[in-house]
Design a binder for this molecule. Structure first.
Ligand code: FAD
Length: 496
């Protein structure tokens, strides 16, 4: 039997860090890591300084900026029930799996600790994006070109998959099919972007380089000098997307138990999943718990949760919008090691995410504010979009993505009977890919394994135990931060 901590009472200590294998190479990492980690740690929960900043950072939301608890919360599980498949976790992955299983006629029970969208699916930036933006050279080390091409295809195809889901279930989630741009903010980033484009193209990803003239002609804010433009995908309202999936699943007859955490599971040909006031018995368990999976005693040495944060401004005035330009509203990410992202929403707010990434010791996922991350995002927003310096923040929030040591998706089965299915490790690119992988796992359960799912299977390398894991990940992240800070200093120096 696998037991887990009660998620409502988990350790609230979060310490800093991230993982990307080879994220920062060689000795440079070691040289910069330790002091930078120490600095990151001490900064984490500092109280905020001036009144305006304080007012902004107090806009913390324990949920993402996109979702509220549904009015029609489904009752928690009481007593013992059975199903053909029990799914733990109702984010994009769990709900897309449930929908496909219901279509096949299976009896599906979904148990969700809180409600759909409580996890990353309700906290993300809403970029519906394919393979662009990856550090391909790091991801594809040690795998064949054929497999790498399939992985790129998996991420790219997932965009069309979600577009199809929106149509199929009539989900209006403010989708803007604008494509997106991976931009450089300093000339030193051009080489990296061009190299990523070259590798992407070799593996089938289609994009084009926009030089400074083309970026200005598109009206992209001037901080973003040049970039890789991928025309597919765009931005959407992830809260409306996940709630649309929830509605569709309920309509399809999926039994959804909200406020129902999986506490433990007993393996066997029939798995028994324990919840606080009941149990579900089913021949198959699917863990669609993503970054929370290690706490369930599964994949604990294969994937780690990383905390990333987001800020959202108040709606911009017409004059502020005009000052920005940006008529096509392409989602923009930067080519920093820890990327920055900027997008406009349909309510004319700006959402900016990431910049700093933290690994919490022991793979915990405390739902607490990360003021240092909000402060960095806020300062950065003012630097990239200076005309918005006086715009107040509307919300700040944090969430968890999951990542494996080789940065590749983690999909497979476990347990003595190999009847526990899992998906995790989408490295913060899961809006499209976790939706499609959930669907593909359901197809596999129905008897047809899609070739793209088979292509994802591989041996995920084991991560070292704590405290080495914490030191390693945080060391790499600190090195990444140092390199990003160096680029940003050069941008500031050039502007001075
Ligand atoms: C700030 C931020 C920005 C991001 N931006 C983007 C983006 O723009 N584009 C993109 O592609 N990706 C983005 N991502 C990543 C993306 O949101 C995730 O990859 C995706 O939502 C993962 O979906 P999921 O269904 O696998 O997991 P989740 O949405 O995390 O769902 C897991 C669910 O499991 C539930 N759960 C946990 N433990 C238990 C338990 N014991 N029992 C029952 N249920 C449990 C949780 O409550 C949760 O609802 C971002 C993530 C964050 C945090």
């Amino acid at each position: 039997m696998s037991t887990v901590v009660d998620p409502k009472h988990e350790d609230q200590s979060g310490r800093a860090g991230m993982t990307r294998r080879n994220f920062v190479k060689g000795a440079a990492v070691t040289a910069v890591a330790v002091p930078a980690v120490a600095a990151t740690q001490s900064a984490r929960m500092e109280p905020v300084a001036d009144g305006k900043e304080r007012a902004d950072l107090e806009k913390y939301r324990a949920l993402g900026g996109w979702v509220e608890k549904p009015d029609d919360m489904q009752p928690a599980l009481e007593g013992d029930v059975s199903a053909d498949v029990v799914i733990a976790g109702a984010g994009f992955a769990g709900l897309c799996a449930a929908l496909e299983l219901a279509r096949q006629g299976a009896k599906v029970a979904v148990i969700e600790r809180e409600f759909p969208g409580f996890g990353a699916s309700g906290r993300n930036a809403g970029y519906l994006a394919g393979a662009m933006g990856f550090e391909y050279d790091l991801m594809f080390k040690g795998i064949s070109k054929e497999r790498a091409t399939q992985i790129v295809r998996y991420y790219d195809d997932a965009v069309g998959f979600v577009e199809g889901k929106l149509r199929e279930h009539d989900i209006d989630c403010e989708y803007v099919q604008s494509g997106w741009i991976r931009a450089g903010v300093h000339p030193s980033q051009e080489k990296k972007i061009r190299e990523a484009m070259r590798i992407g193209a070799e593996h089938g990803h289609q994009s084009e380089f926009l030089d400074q003239t083309q970026m200005r002609a598109r009206g992209i804010p001037p901080a973003f000098l040049f970039g890789e433009y991928t025309p597919t995908g765009g931005t959407l309202h992830p809260g409306k997307y996940v709630m649309g999936l929830r509605r569709a699943a309920l309509r399809a007859g999926v039994k959804l138990y909200e406020n129902t955490p999986l506490l433990s599971h007993a393996e066997g040909p029939v798995i028994q999943v324990k919840t606080p006031r009941g149990s579900v018995s089913a021949p198959v368990l699917m863990l669609a718990t993503n970054a929370y999976t290690p706490q369930l005693g599964v994949l604990a040495n294969k994937v780690v949760p990383l905390r990333i944060s987001a800020i959202e401004t108040e709606p911009l005035s017409n004059a502020q919008l005009a000052s920005l330009g940006w008529p096509r509203r392409e989602g923009i990410v930067t080519s920093h090691w820890s990327m920055e992202s900027f997008r406009l929403t349909s309510r004319n707010t700006i959402i900016s995410t990431v910049k700093r990434i933290h690994y919490p010791y022991g793979s915990k996922t405390p739902n607490v504010p990360a003021y240092d991350q909000y402060r960095e995002l806020r300062t950065n927003l003012h630097e990239r979009l200076p005309s918005l310096k006086d715009v107040a923040l509307r919300h700040c929030w944090s969430g968890y993505i999951s990542i494996a040591g080789d940065m590749l998706p983690v999909v497979g089965t476990t347990g003595a009977n190999q009847n526990i299915y899992y998906t995790a490790g989408c490295s913060g690119h899961g809006l499209a890919s976790q939706s499609m992988v959930g669907h593909m796992i359901a197809q596999q359960l129905g008897g047809t394994e899609p070739p793209l799912l088979a292509a994802l299977r591989h041996d995920t390398p084991a991560l070292p135990p704590e405290p080495f894991r914490w030191c390693l990940i945080n060391g790499m992240l600190a090195g990444a931060n140092t390199m990003d800070d160096w680029v940003n200093r050069k941008v500031r120096d050039a502007a001075a």
